[in-house]
Design a protein around this ligand. Sequence first.
Ligand code: FES
Length: 111
Amino acid sequence: MQKVKTFPVNQLIDKRGKRFVFEDHDIAIFRVDSEIFAISNICPHKLSAILFDGFIEDENIVCPAHGWEFSLRTGICPGTERKLQTYKTTVIEGFVFIEIPPPKEKKWGLF
Ligand code: FES
């Protein structure tokens, strides 16, 4: 697990997203009241990198294109099998840090 520094926490506007890209992770970061959430920025409907521009309903992010909805806490799209990657966040000395999981091992060849 790698802890990556992102934005100063005071740059996050309540219930507005900010995009953060690190290696192959495209991430949407939100502050909702006093909690910081980080979730994949890629909406699986059209594989669009737009969730940072979505709007918050309760603790869900609603995609601005066609309204698919995902829990910021779990990544789950209610009532479906769909689930987005979520990231653990911490605030250290005024900056938001995100825990990036190690890359999944790629397997090649026949099994
Ligand atoms: S692109 Fe997100 S709901 Fe269609």
